[in-house]
Write a protein that binds this ligand. Structure first.
Ligand SMILES: [Ca+2]
Length: 630
């Protein structure tokens, strides 16, 4: 009986009211047993006294002991005004499954809501291949509210989650073919209190249409979406979003949102578990994982790194907002991934949306040009397979003597930049092309960038142009081709500008410890990276006279005596966007040792919070097995 009570206590220990209830019950029982001779059997009485004593101890340990012990683990980071990044925005986050919102945008979402921006989260599937969809919806609403997102801003498109046994995927089905999900559903659904965004049959066309509808209803100026990732639903969500976005960009010239694509697996769920370092590290280069290999178009050096919210960081996982949100997704045991998901930055790749060619007319000497302005760099005819996504390519007929693409612009325009995207295969490549503007040859282009990244061709002309012709003069491999062509009247800009203080290796810092010798080397990160001059315009200062900051070349050294700390401030001399502030401290050897001990306890799942997650996982597994039996 006592064991059952203990298990129930540990499993259902979310609320302070539960803690108090258990404390009162146990204390009452103990008092009754001690002072009133309720039971005469000596053994039974002793066992009950011990059980209620143990219950009191567990409650005190869970509710009081650990929080007090871990109090100093929270980050103390100075406020930095990042309104230039996070205020006045309409943000939409598009993810496949409930809990992917944390993988993709935790640490960032809360900065938008705190700055007063609107954040809308779109869940494409109900995550229902192994768990009840309504449960996933309830959990997602519990998590998103922690990030300050109101319930009406959480949209469930209500499509099916793909299980391991599925042989086909909705994304690759025929346009209007009715699809049956692994949960046996054929129509979108929500929960009793939160209906699906649209009532639609499961067809490929409805999936793209519902996404397009969500985008056009809210017209977000900032969009975050998962990219071609290690799960079929992630790949499908990425491609379906791009298809919906391509349709919108073809219709309207006035809509050019900031689009940021990121990964839920390689930089979060399956990232390196490097949380218990003295200073939190940034996301690690994920190029070793299959979906960000050299065959893929994103370059690690070109990633957009966003600072995470410092007030949700801590040297212990349990104090972070990320872990609280992962706790809300009970059915997923997601809480074990906190150490991988938490990083000093969140990384994305910006997809420009201001190309003039979405509304241009394409023709070619031969081949299908419809793929060349659809906003997709890659596509896959089977998202279930792990094959590299090499579909979505324009190529000429093998016997075409002079392959070329001709593009007629909506109206004559002075062009500053042309971008060609080669098929991402490393063995099938375009080796040369001639660019003609209104019939005049203006550029001879050599081999295009092989991995599918943009080959940027600056254009010098000052006269308006009506027609672009791309003549292919050399190629290798059977499947060479172009996946996209973009043209710009001005080189595109993301509008994102900020600076961040980092350690020597480039990790973003918020509340940093010096080395044991009392020094810490700092550098400055600027976005866009091209703005190297931002460093020269900045001043770095310390607010504590016993801690000094000295400049050595392109880095700074902070020096702090034992037990001291200071706020190091980077001030933009001309532009306030280029400013940052971090706390640097040199804890005593005892303080360092105490924190390392607490981290060791948590890392080995010996702390009460992790124990609770552990028992809750067992409890959930047992109840789900029982419910299947009954
Ligand atoms: Ca394309």
């Amino acid at each position: 009986m006592a064991l059952v009570l203990l298990l129930a206590l540990v499993v259902h220990f979310d609320r302070i009211s539960t803690q108090i209830l258990f404390l009162l019950l146990a204390a009452g029982a103990l008092a009754a047993l001690l002072f009133l001779r309720l039971l005469s059997g000596k053994t039974v009485r002793t066992v009950l006294i011990l059980a209620s004593g143990l219950l009191i101890l567990v409650v005190l340990l869970l509710g009081v002991g650990w929080p007090i012990a871990a109090r100093n683990a929270a980050y103390v980071a100075p406020e930095v005004d990042r309104d230039n990044l996070f205020a006045g925005r309409r943000v939409m986050l598009i993810v496949p499954h409930e809990d992917d919102e944390i993988n993709v945008l935790s640490g960032v979402m809360e900065q938008y809501t705190a700055a007063g921006s609107d954040v809308v989260v779109v869940f494409v599937t109900n995550g229902d291949s192994e768990t009840n969809g309504e449960t996933r919806i309830t959990e997602a609403l519990r998590a998103t509210v922690l990030y300050g997102i109101p319930e009406q801003n959480v949209l469930f498109l209500g499509y099916g989650d793909t299980g391991k046994e599925q042989k086909t995927h909705l994304y690759n089905a025929a346009s209007n073919e009715l699809y049956c999900s692994s949960a046996g559903r054929t129509h979108t659904y929500g929960s009793k209190t939160h209906p699906a965004f649209r009532s639609s049959d499961y067809t490929r066309e409805n999936l793209i249409g519902d996404l397009q509808d969500a985008l056009e209803t809210y017209l977000p100026d900032t969009i975050y979406c998962v990219d071609y990732d290690a799960h079929p639903d992630h790949r499908a969500t990425s491609l379906a979003f791009e298809e919906a976005m391509g349709r919108i960009l073809k219709q309207r010239a006035d809509y050019t949102p900031l689009v940021c694509k990121g990964f839920a697996y390689s930089t979060a769920w399956q990232a390196v578990n490097d949380f218990y370092t003295d200073n939190l590290l940034s996301s690690v280069d994920a190029s070793q994982t299959p979906y960000m290999s050299e065959n893929y178009a994103y370059k690690w050096d070109e990633r957009l790194r966003l600072p995470v919210s410092a007030d949700t960081l801590s040297r212990l996982e349990y104090q972070t907002l990320t872990q609280r949100a992962l706790f809300a997704h009970d059915s997923q045991n997601a809480v074990w991934q906190t150490g991988r998901i938490l990083n000093g930055d969140k990384v994305f790749w910006v997809r420009d949306t201001s190309s003039l060619l979405y509304r241009a007319k394409f023709s070619a000497s031969s081949g299908d040009t419809s793929v060349l302005n659809d906003f997709k760099w890659i596509d896959s005819s089977n998202v279930l397979s792990g094959d590299l996504p090499f579909d979505n390519v324009w190529s000429s007929d093998p016997n075409d003597p002079e392959p070329s693409v001709t593009i007629t612009l909506e109206q004559p325009t002075v062009l500053k930049e042309l971008r060609l995207y080669d098929q991402p295969s490393l063995t099938d490549n375009i080796l040369g092309a001639t660019i003609l503007l209104d019939g005049t040859s203006v550029a001879e282009v050599g081999a295009l960038v092989k991995n599918g990244s943009a080959t940027v061709i600056p254009l010098q002309d000052t006269t308006p142009v009506s027609q672009i012709k791309i003549r292919i003069t050399g190629a290798e491999g059977e499947h060479w081709g172009l996946t996209e062509v973009e043209a710009y009247a001005e080189p595109p800009e993301s509008g994102v500008t900020f600076a961040k203080l980092t350690d020597e290796a480039g990790n973003f810092l918020y509340d940093a410890w010096t080395d044991s010798d009392g020094t810490l080397k700092l550098k400055t990160y600027c976005y866009p990276a091209a703005d190297a001059a931002c460093l020269k315009r900045c001043i770095v200062t310390s607010d504590n006279s016993v801690c000094s900051v000295s400049c050595t070349g392109d880095s700074f050294a902070v020096s702090c005596p034992v037990g001291e700390s200071c706020v190091v401030r980077l001030s933009g001399a001309q532009d306030e966007a280029y400013s940052d502030a971090i706390r640097v401290s040199n804890p005593t050897p005892q303080a360092r040792a105490w924190m390392h001990a607490l981290q060791w306890v948590e890392a080995h799942h010996l702390d009460p919070i992790n124990q609770r997650a552990y028992y809750r996982a067992i409890f959930n597994a047992l109840t789900s097995r029982l419910s299947k039996l009954l």
